[in-house]
Design a binder for this molecule. Structure first.
Ligand code: PBG
Length: 324
């Protein structure tokens, strides 16, 4: 059957009709807001390349956690930016560290909010790489114990979920073993499984002061052209005990997300990263696009491709615009 019997426009004639046949919905329940924790009190420092995003001290993280929960957003993910850095990233697993205190503050302020933490060393090392160095190389196996200790310290501080983003081989298994051995068997792991060496992390590195002092991350993060390798990374993280698998960035890797949805029966997360956010905000600031509409359409495309959870800096704005 075809035209004139078939007329695709019939079901597009009115908003109520369109609502009836709409296939995908963006919901508050899909959203996770990333937050940057810094030292101090009363600090709300805007990040220049990410309009609407601030670096927050623990007391402000608490305020933000409450606001996020009030908007009906189920989760935040915390990144810590310590005052001091060293070669082994000592601040990463400090029980009194910047992210550990932020976690505790967020949980006190909004006990029902899911507080996730990003587990990585790059914000804590003076060289800015995601693991320990051996000469100019990022040494895989020696980094695992540091990452496991970091995840464990986050769980001890009250984190509900830990999310390793370092891309060392074997880190999910190392973290699972450390958590289970210390009584945190019920803390899930969201693995940044298919994390690509991307140009879209630029604004984040400004916010987190985590630009590598030399070289780049291509020796551990994935090569952008590789889809099959990404699916293998995801299968491996699943086998090591990941509860949720993430694809990052989101928009340039929707093919990976769609294929992962077909293959894996676990929840999938997608990170709409800093550069993706910055592009939209910059174009909207210039009046070149309708910012809120473009953002909603973008996040919807990520959902349609297969994401169950979407990490986005626009979570609050988007949630505020969704119907109640
Ligand atoms: C840390 C980490 C990064 C991001 C999340 N965790 C930066 C990187 O790998 O360089 C990027 C997030 C974003 O750009 O919004 N390893």
């Amino acid at each position: 059957m075809s035209f004139p019997i078939v007329r695709m426009r019939r079901l597009r004639r009115s908003e109520p009709l369109r609502r009836l046949v709409r296939e995908t919905h963006l919901r508050r329940d899909d959203l996770v807001l990333p937050l940057f924790a810094v030292e101090g009190r009363g600090v709300r420092e805007p990040v220049a390349s990410m309009p609407g995003v601030c670096r927050l001290s623990a007391d402000q993280i608490a305020e933000e956690a409450k606001a996020v929960a009030d908007l009906g957003i189920p989760a935040v993910i915390l990144f810590g930016i310590p005052a001091a850095k060293d070669a082994r990233g000592s601040g990463a697993d400090d029980p009194d560290g910047v992210v550990q205190r932020a976690v505790a503050a967020a949980k006190r302020a909004a006990p029902e909010l899911v507080v996730m933490t990003d587990v990585c060393l790059c914000e804590y090392t003076d060289h800015g790489h995601c693991g320990l160095l051996d000469g100019d190389e990022v040494a895989n196996d020696p980094s695992l114990a540091r990452l496991a200790a970091t995840a464990l310290s986050h769980a001890r501080a009250g984190a509900d979920v830990v999310a390793p983003s370092d891309m060392m081989d074997g880190r999910v298994a190392a973290i699972r073993a450390a958590l289970d051995g210390a009584g945190f068997a019920s803390v899930p792991i969201v693995a940044y499984a298919a994390k690509f060496a991307s140009a879209f992390y630029g604004p984040f590195r400004e916010a987190a002061e985590s630009t590598p002092a030399f070289g780049d991350r291509r020796g551990y993060q994935m090569d952008p052209p590789n889809q099959r390798e990404a699916l293998r990374e995801m299968a491996l993280d699943l086998a090591e005990g990941a509860d949720v698998l993430m694809v990052k960035p989101a928009l340039p890797y929707l093919d990976v997300l769609a294929e992962a949805k077909r293959r894996f029966d676990v929840p999938l997360a997608a990170y709409h990263v800093s550069g993706e956010y910055a592009m939209l905000m910059a174009a909207a600031e210039r009046g070149w696009i309708d910012g809120p509409r473009a953002m909603a359409e973008t996040l919807l495309s990520i959902k349609r491709a297969g994401a169950d959870l979407i990490l986005t800096y626009a979570a609050k704005d988007v949630a505020a615009r969704l119907p109640a």
